[in-house]
Design a protein around this ligand. Structure first.
Ligand code: G3P
Ligand code: CA
Length: 302
């Protein structure tokens, strides 16, 4: 192949992979600038933009009336005051001999969820913050940074006869974000079946397979990474997996996968130097392409 054609082919491949392999290192604001503002609120997303995030992450859930909203958990009680506003609307779930009350996002309409306070749990100064819809996140972020939506708990929704993959594809298409947009989109999930479904619905978008520590063995040979490349364009491993075996970064790159580990954070103001040093090590010694952090302001660009 002539050199010029080969370069064009490599460039096109890198664009599909998420634009950052062999390019500038990139920072993904994890749940927004969630060290400083309540996760998955417009306040946290706005701060992430101010702090220079290349991408702002949205974890997605489906409401009872089929609207994608930005929230990490399958349930509302950790990050909103749902227990006060809707004390009787819980579902009892059993774990062993213990019964736990849960307020599932999918049992509430968008109008009901919009009545909830999503900021006071983090700090009283954020009282009044709301759970944003994915559409509100798109409207805020587009043109200023990339979007990085994650489909959370897809199996739960499938069991209810719902398709979060279709909801995500529809939302991106409706907003003109599938191709030719000035706003990059990278989709992510822990569920390989969902990544495969997204590969067929959204073939033009980069797709990152997240890998938790429990599944570290799925990354323990170059051959396993080549197998992942058949359906994903990038890897999002827990950072401890790479700490235990930094060779995975080279194996992934050789297979044509980008590498974006999660999650880097400073636990306290006194921890900021350590967190920044840790990010530097992963970016410039281990060679990862990007990373998820709660502290986009600490991202060590060179
Ligand atoms: O999506 C990357 C990282 O956010 C995965 O962990 O649990 O914070 O969604 P989690
Ligand atoms: Ca996430």
């Amino acid at each position: 192949m002539p050199r010029a054609s080969l370069s064009a082919w490599v460039a096109a491949g890198l664009m599909l992979m998420g634009a950052n392999a062999a390019g500038p290192k990139q920072v993904v604001a994890h749940r927004g600038a969630s060290a400083y503002a309540p996760e998955h609120t417009l306040e946290a997303y706005r701060l992430a933009l101010e702090q220079g995030a290349d991408y702002v992450e949205q974890d997605l859930a489906l409401t009872r009336d089929g609207v994608l909203v930005c929230i990490h958990d399958l349930t509302l009680e950790r990050t909103t005051n749902v227990e006060e506003v809707f004390p009787d609307r819980f579902t009892d779930t059993r774990t062993g001999s213990t019964t736990v009350r849960r307020w599932l996002v999918n049992d509430f309409t968008l109008a009901e969820i919009k009545r909830l306070d999503a900021g006071a749990w983090f700090d009283a100064t954020f009282t009044g913050a709301r759970v944003p819809t994915f559409q509100e996140a798109i409207d805020l972020v587009r043109g200023k940074a990339g979007l990085y939506p994650e489909l959370k708990d897809p199996g739960f929704y499938r069991d209810r006869g719902l398709s979060p993959e279709a909801a995500l594809a529809d939302a991106l298409e409706r907003n003109g974000l599938l191709r030719g947009s000035n706003t990059s989109v990278i989709v992510q999930t822990f569920d390989p079946e969902t990544i495969k479904a997204l590969a067929s619905r959204l073939p033009d978008l980069p797709r990152v397979l997240l890998v938790s520590q429990a599944y570290a063995s799925h990354l323990d040979s170059p051959g396993k990474l080549r197998a992942i490349r058949r359906f994903a364009t990038g890897l999002g491993p827990h950072k401890a997996i790479l700490e235990a075996n930094p060779d995975i970064v080279k194996w992934a790159h050789d297979a044509g996968l980008t590498v974006t580990p999660y999650t880097f954070r400073a636990a306290t103001p006194a921890d900021r130097g350590r967190a920044q040093d840790e990010m530097s090590k992963f970016l410039y010694e281990y060679g990862v392409d990007a990373l998820f952090t709660d502290n986009p302001d600490l991202f060590p660009r060179r």
